[in-house]
Design a protein around this ligand. Sequence first.
Ligand code: GDD
Length: 325
Amino acid sequence: MPSPRVFITGIAGFAGSHLAELCVAKGDSVSGTLLPGTSARNLNAVRSEIEVITVDMLDRKALAGALRRAKPTWVIHLAAATSVGASFTDPEATIRNNVISSLNLLEAIRQDRTLMRSVEKVVMLASNEVYGRVRPSMIPVDENTPLRPVNPYGASKAAVDLIAHSYHASFGLPIVRVRASNHAGPRQATGFVVPDFCHAIAQLEHQKGRRVIKVGDLSARRDFSDVRDIVRGYRLLALKGRPGTIYHLGSGRARAIRSVLHTLLKLATCPIDVITDPKKLRPVEVPILRADISRARHDVGYQPAIPWNKTLFDTLEYWRERRRR
Ligand code: GDD
């Protein structure tokens, strides 16, 4: 079988860059989109082995041209506004970016006969934020749990998920829908809890006097995975996922944010006090998310492998290293 041609939207992003490295290591031919004006630094390790196309996905014509030139076998759509926190500040930007870029991608494929023939799988990313505040009796969520997002980000991803469903049902696009849980690791930007904590600790380790970390809600619980496991899941779903099917990727267990902070504070080289910053509390909080991942396990053999403590250690090291540079 010839090696797949993988087209990754948001290729220089947090998950995109890890996926690009994995695909290169597997021998795939890799290309992907980079938002104009953003950095490709995350791709340093594979830059000479991949094709990076600078294109704004809100520009459908330009995106269609890029796709036509790439003639992909697999399209893995990761480009998105991914911060729940930012979606409260600018809901319109989150919704517009996520919905229109996804629509443009699917339309670009649907309207081109060659692409309709060459594309064997489209992996469309949603999130378990689509479920919102789930009753404890409904935990773990499975792929049939009703969509009741409570924040603009979750709503944007629910819309993307349903649009993807309709493009499969109406036009036969070979779409696999993924609702991913939280993932962390090196290269994730601040604005998410693990990099927020690691970035602060890496700074405080070099500060004199009383050291204080400001945090949001520590009681929330999330289903955390290592990004390197999650991108392995994306590739497995491109390879073996059944079109028309929804898959969860996650760890299958819930961790309190308080325990994430506790582990990181133990790794810190100095004592650090914790205070709650009211500005970091959300207008609405999702108290717990935990995903049933048995379908991905059964259908494509997905199994998380990287211990959570390693994820936290590697991420803290990444922020220490960034501070040095
Ligand atoms: N960002 C952040 N910063 N969150 C904090 C902090 C802090 O200093 N302190 C506590 N939290 C809490 C948040 O209130 C939330 O309950 C939890 O930590 C996780 O927040 P985020 O890391 O911002 O992630 P998220 O769960 O809202 O969303 C992430 O996971 C989704 C999948 O469940 C994102 O990665 C989404 O893109 C993803 O779809």
